[in-house]
Write a protein that binds this ligand. Sequence first.
Ligand code: NDP
Length: 314
Amino acid sequence: MTAEVTAGSGVQVSVLGLGAMGGALAGALVRSGHPTTVWNRSAGKADELVARGAKSAATAGEAVQASPLVIVCLLDHASVHEVLDPLSDELAGRTLINVTTTSPAQSREFAEWAARAGVAYLDGGIMAVPPMIGLPESSILYSGSADVFDQYKPLLDVWGTSTYFGEDAGLASLYDLALLAGMYVMFAGFMHGAAMVAPAGVTAGEFAARAAPWLTAMTGALQGLAEVVDGGDYTVAGQQSLEFSGLGDLLAASADQGVSTEVVAMVQRLVQRQIDAGHGEEGFARIIESIKRPEATWERATESPVRPGRGSGS
Ligand code: NDP
């Protein structure tokens, strides 16, 4: 069961899950003229969409049967199984695009479930918040069936910029979570800085006004770090060495301000492991080796923030 997608023509589509994100996705489809059927576990969330032209299905099964293309945006992997496991017969022969956040292993597991059920499957990872849906800055990552991605790309583009990573259904999720890792650590770094300056009477808002342009400028360094990593030579001239990365000052200043040193200490441990291994003269990119190969020293390093021989008494 397929549906043609051509510019200006609508595709019959059903959306399961009308939370903050599912509601935004369904709203964008309705806005762009796709005949959209919606379903949500709890009542009431479809009302606004129905007022704008969507059809409301009384059950998930009814929603599935309404369209050849089914979009699912539920809370997590378990809720997707809970809703779709009883509907495998109804889904057979249809196309399913699952944009619920899941781990790569869960995405692959669901792709296998879909294959067994005779469902064409595309997995998605949404790099956006609901108000961004429909804007080009909204980036949605996909992996799984290339045929599904190619066929429905005009519809997917309604939500933002669509990028396909390959047939392995776990790849979109892998990229999604890897990007989120960068985001969370950056946010934690911002919070650390805000906590450091707070005792000096600086508000978080004032600090954010400084931090945003600084961090934006620093993203310009990512490509250079990546080139060092890909080149495999961390001794490249012109870089600040690990020995002189200034993290000691940062830790001391944090302690002086009476704030937790956990965020900075985490980076310092990664650096220290490379210094201990004799790479102190190499550049910051070298810490990827601490991250890539944690098994030998990670447990020891995390057990005690004070390294043996440096005041631990051992
Ligand atoms: P919400 O908490 O707003 O909505 C969750 C949705 O899942 C609701 O429709 C809820 O139904 C439904 N649900 C939860 N458990 C079940 C269940 N057991 N059976 C049936 N339905 C269930 O979450 P979001 O809409 O924000 O997020 C949805 C997905 O999108 C998540 O995987 C999230 O990680 C992802 N995402 C969200 C982003 C965001 O900024 N919001 C950003 C990027 C990805 P009910 O209304 O009945 O509770």
